[in-house]
Write a protein of this length. Structure first.
Length: 87
């Protein structure tokens, strides 16, 4: 893991080219690009992550609303059953 961080640092901080760093360390250039992209996403969540979280929030709000509706229905049903049992 240290090597990956060091390779990313060489590219990002020292400005060395991805193909040169990859060749020097015997790593596939695309693999190094993937590592850099993953590190960037971890450090700075992009729009992709934000949109995913927004979609997840909308789904959770829908689920919450459905559950609240279910609870209200069950409260009314319980009330009806309690009234019927008293008579």
């Amino acid at each position: 893991m240290y090597l990956v961080k060091e390779l990313i640092r060489l590219v990002k901080e020292e400005g060395r080219s991805i193909p040169k760093v990859a060749k020097d360390f015997g790593v596939n250039p695309q693999t190094l690009r993937n590592w850099i992209k993953k590190a960037d996403n971890t450090e700075n969540p992009g729009e992709e992550s934000v949109e995913s979280l927004k979609a997840q929030l909308r789904a959770e709000k829908r689920k919450n609303k459905d559950l609240e509706t279910t609870v209200e229905i069950l409260k009314k049903a319980t009330s009806i059953f309690v009234k019927d049992n008293r008579n």
